[in-house]
Design a protein. Sequence first.
Length: 231
Amino acid sequence: MAEAEVDVFGALKGGVGKTRAAMLAALRLATVEGEDVHLIDGDRVSQTASDWQKDYELARREKPEMAPFPVKVTRHPFDDLDELVADLRHEHDRVIVDVGGGDPAVFAAALKYARRLVVPIGADPSEARRLRSTWRAAQIAAADNEVGGYDAWVLLSRTDHGTTLPREYRDILTLGTDPLTGTELPVYPLLTAEMRKRVAYQRAYGTVPTDFLDVPDVLREIGMIKSKESE
């Protein structure tokens, strides 16, 4: 069996939407693409990914006709996360890691075998500010990557296009200059796709949805599933 690709959804700040992005990506790949996916919950602060599976299985006890949860989930928010990833790469089609919560050591371990890193943030000044520390940690971790390096992107999540904030933050993250002050800013590789539907993503928790909303567009853009043109 070929070694699985490893995809990391991570940020050194909680509450940015990384778990929903990671879990919905895993569920889309498992239920639509037919992949054998193992998701690692590597968030030391929160255990939302693990709880998602547990709550689904609790609901299934009341409704035995529900199918088993289609993604394997393991909670492992520890510094040796890379060792678990190394083992799982030989057992599954894909390994997805949800990591963050302000723990740089676990974040770095998650990236040792990664081919992709997606860093979700909201159109929010506190999240944009913390993006710098996440990006620095990712750059440092790249030196220890065992599979030839990884591509990395920023993903705007929980965007409300009833306001101008998503457009403003898209400019802030990509133009290199603060549009208000002229201050020089870092430039980030920002995905065109966004995760816009906040309420729908909240309602997806604990379920295996059939509508993955914006997630397929994200996965196509980063090469995890085929583009529409090639289908």
